[in-house]
Write a protein that binds this ligand. Structure first.
Ligand code: SAH
Length: 251
């Protein structure tokens, strides 16, 4: 997105967008613009829906209409084309609330296209509030100029995940049991922008049995993230950074 617009507020709105479109915002979004951002008639902002690129918009309603507490936005110009959905898949064992929010926000920022909660033997949280997680994904996308919103899936058990594993896709597993060493060479062997998934274990780590099963799969590539044991949320960001920089879209 051009830096010229970096000072403008960015807002995700689930509505089709073309030039000249007028968007009636729902109550929550109207309230947010009027009472939290204190936007005036004529003020500009950026809106996106995850499908139609980023648009410069202006608040079109007059002061009188404003009293009705509904905001109408008029789309002025497309300022950034839609980016394609990212192929990068990110799986993690759900953590307790604060860290869970953090992990989905960071996965969004780091460019995951799919975010998949995976239930393992030692997973701490099994009841997930997907609406809350999706709100975190959207907030991160708004903040970080991510135009393609990652798909957030329902949780799946590790065994189900492995039995449905798609052919041709490699699964990079952060495994603290690997001898500490750089993952660069191992990842470079995968070639140029391969289809990859990244999996992080729970705070308690994978069980011995899970680890054995994972390591027995042809498509699993275990990597070390260095000589220290990282917390799962740190490991998530570290693994995604390594993958994006060596075989992903940082290059
Ligand atoms: N059970 C472990 C810690 C698990 S850390 C213990 O207490 O010893 C949580 C997850 O982060 C792990 O399952 C792994 O996926 C990842 N992780 C943490 N440190 C790592 C490292 N040094 N190398 C690779 N993966 C790591």
């Amino acid at each position: 997105m051009p830096r010229t617009y970096s000072k403008l507020k960015r807002l995700y709105i689930d509505a089709d967008m073309t030039a000249g479109t007028e968007l009636e915002l729902d109550r929550d979004q109207s309230n947010y613009l009027l009472n939290v951002l204190r936007m005036q008639t004529g003020a500009e902002l950026i809106v996106f829906n995850g499908r139609d690129g980023a648009w410069l918009a202006t608040q079109a309603h007059t002061q009188a209409e404003r009293r009705q507490k509904a905001v109408c936005l008029r789309l002025l110009a497309l300022i950034a084309p839609q980016t394609p959905p990212a192929d990068l898949w990110f799986g993690f064992a759900p953590l307790k609330t604060g860290r869970l929010d953090y992990v989905v926000q960071k996965a969004t920022e780091m460019g995951a296209g799919t975010i998949q909660p995976v239930i393992t033997r030692y997973t701490q949280t099994t009841r997930l509030n997907l609406d809350r997680l999706r709100a975190n994904v959207i907030e991160a996308a708004e903040q970080c100029e991510v135009l393609s919103i990652p798909v957030l899936n329902q949780d799946v058990s590790l065994s189900q995940l492995l039995s449905d594993w798609p052919s041709g896709r490699q699964l990079i597993v952060a495994d603290e049991g690997q001898p500490a060493g750089s993952p660069i060479e191992r990842l470079q062997q995968l070639g140029d922008r391969p289809s990859v998934s990244v999996l992080i274990g729970p705070e308690g780590g994978f069980s011995d049995e899970e680890r054995q099963i994972l390591l027995s799969k042809q498509y699993v590539i275990p990597i070390s993230l260095g000589p220290r044991i990282l917390r799962a949320d740190t490991a998530a960001v570290a693994a995604l950074a390594v993958v994006q920089s060596i075989i992903g879209d940082w290059r």
